[in-house]
Ligand binder design. Structure first.
Ligand code: CP
Ligand code: NVA
Length: 301
């Protein structure tokens, strides 16, 4: 069978994703019980980071060690990536030496090309287009707090960015309704929205998008690589803050999620992110468990 990659949520079937979330919850319990489980003994994960990271690096590295394997951090500063070696060559070489490769980069097309030349599984650890690993953690977090997300309403407020695109794919795969409110010039990709059909609805007003929502999600206004647009974006996004007024539109039992890092006072108020409806610390922790389930699925014999 040809090698499986995880470049977007669409690379796994809905059934596979469902099983993966269940497995993540089980692996979390085993971790809590200090149960030794090392299916990836002697396996190596290469981690290529062309952008900064805290959660992704720590969760993948810890996860590999906990599964009995090893993780190797590679930055463009000290590899031939940063000196222009064709990524097709890097993919062919690295994938002969390791068992999986995790890549965080800019253009999504780069990870697709890399995967096409890799003999081992490639995992998208964030591109400008998608952040699928974060959605595994978000879906696990929802499931732990509320059970099945099927039929629920999720409101994504803010930039039509990589997180927004992954939420659109999640709406398809996990079968929930997604309401998106983004400024006109920062709408999500039209083709990605269209492919989701009835599951996604675009709103002009953030408060309208949040009405009756079971889960409210936001992300930074300026993503990595857009730092110089920060001030301009702060003006455009000012009305898209997730605050107490917006949360009051949602269902009274609504949860709040944010992939982090967060900017309190910008896309979310401290009152909301540090409040009773926020599950961001579970969400962050679940990066570890969800990615262990993913690594087990892609790498173990
Ligand atoms: N949420 C997330 O991917 O965080 P990092 O950028 O710290 O990895
Ligand atoms: N949209 C953010 C997510 C960070 C985890 C970014 O790409 O910087």
């Amino acid at each position: 069978m040809s090698v499986r990659h995880f470049l977007s949520l669409l690379d796994l079937s809905a059934e596979e994703l469902g099983r993966l979330i269940e497995r993540a919850i089980e692996l979390k319990q085993w971790q809590r019980q200090s149960r030794l489980y090392e299916p990836l003994k002697n396996k190596v994960l290469a981690m290529v980071f062309e952008k900064s990271s805290t959660r992704t690096r720590v969760s993948f590295e810890s996860g590999m060690v906990q599964l009995g394997g090893h993780a190797m951090f590679l930055s463009p500063r000290d590899t031939q990536f940063g000196r222009g070696e064709p990524l097709e060559d890097s993919a062919r070489v690295m994938s002969r030496m390791v068992d999986a490769i995790m890549v965080r980069t800019f253009e999504h097309e780069k990870i697709e090309r890399f995967a096409a030349y890799s003999a081992c599984p490639v995992i998208n650890a964030l591109t400008d287009l998608y952040h699928p690993c974060q959605l595994l953690a978000d879906m696990q977090t929802w499931c732990e707090h509320r059970g099945s997300i099927r039929g629920a309403t999720v409101a994504f407020i803010g930039d039509g960015n990589n997180m927004c695109h992954s939420y659109i794919n999640a709406a398809r795969q996990f079968d929930f309704q997604l309401h998106i409110a983004a400024p006109a010039q920062y709408q999500p990709d039209a083709a990605i929205v269209a492919a989701a059909g009835e599951r996604v609805k675009l709103f002009d007003q953030p408060l309208a998008a949040a009405a009756g929502a079971d889960l409210v999600v936001t992300d930074v206004w300026a993503s990595m690589g857009q730092e110089e647009e920060q001030h301009e974006r702060e003006k455009v996004f000012a009305a898209y803050q997730v605050n107490a007024q917006l949360m009051a539109q949602a269902d009274k039992d609504a949860l709040f999620m944010h992939c982090l890092p967060a900017h309190r006072g910008e896309e979310v108020t401290a009152e909301v992110i540090d409040g009773a409806q926020s599950v961001v610390w579970d969400e962050a922790e679940n990066r570890l468990h969800a990615q262990k389930a993913l690594l087990e699925f892609l790498v173990s014999d």
